[in-house]
Design a protein around this ligand. Structure first.
Ligand code: SF4
Length: 163
C-alpha cells in the first residue's frame, strides 16, 4: 500500500484507492488508547490479486464479496517516520556509531571476557545490585587498562559530540 501524500488515502498494488471511512479509539490490553483510521478499498471487484491481498480464512463472507480494509494509527505512522528521519540524519548516525562503541563493546566484554552469561540472583532488587557490581567491575577493569596503556583523557569521538 502506498500512502497518497496529498490526500487521506492509500493506493493498492492494483492501482485502486482505499479511502478513510471512519475513525475510532482503540484500547490495548495495557490500557493504551490510540486513534485508528479505517480505510476501505473503493472497488475490489474482479481483482486478480484478491486471494493474496485479503486475509482471514475464517470469514463467513465469500472472498468474491469481500473488500480490502486496513486500520492505521496516523500518530504511530508519523512518529515512526520522525524516528526514521532522526536515525538516518548525520547526528543520528554519529549517535549510533557511539552506541556501538560504548554499549556493544561493553556487552561483549562482560559476556565473553568476564564470562557473565546469566544472573545469579532473582528479583528486581537483587538483579539491580548484581548489575551495579558488574558495572563497577567493568569500569575498574577498563580504567586499569587505560592507565596501563597511558590512554587516560583520550576519546575516540570528541566528548562534546558524544551522547
Ligand atoms: S483486493 Fe482490493 S485492495 Fe487488494 S489489490 Fe485487489 S483491488 Fe487492491
Amino acid at each position: 500500500m502506498h500512502n497518497l501524500a496529498d490526500e487521506d488515502a492509500y493506493l493498492c498494488a492494483q492501482g485502486r484507492k482505499l479511502t478513510a471511512t471512519k475513525e475510532f479509539i482503540r484500547k490495548s490490553k495495557t490500557g493504551f488508547h490510540s486513534q485508528i483510521t479505517h480505510y476501505s478499498c473503493e472497488n475490489c471487484k474482479d481483482c486478480p490479486a484478491k486471494s493474496q491481498c485479503i486475509h482471514g480464512n475464517h470469514c463467513k463472507t465469500p472472498l468474491e464479496e469481500r473488500t480490502k480494509n486496513i486500520e492505521v494509527s496516523k500518530r504511530f505512522q508519523r512518529q515512526r517516520q520522525e524516528a526514521l528521519e532522526r536515525i538516518i540524519s548525520p547526528e543520528g548516525i554519529q549517535l549510533r556509531v557511539n552506541r556501538s562503541i560504548q554499549a556493544e563493546g561493553a556487552f561483549a566484554m562482560v559476556k565473553a571476557d568476564m564470562t557473565f552469561r546469566r544472573f545469579l540472583t532473582r528479583g528486581n532488587k537483587n538483579v539491580l545490585v548484581e548489575t551495579m557490581l558488574l558495572a563497577m567491575a567493568y569500569n575498574i577493569q577498563k580504567l586499569h587498562c587505560k592507565i596501563q596503556a597511558e590512554k587516560l583523557n583520550r576519546h575516540r569521538i570528541p566528548v562534546d559530540n558524544a551522547a
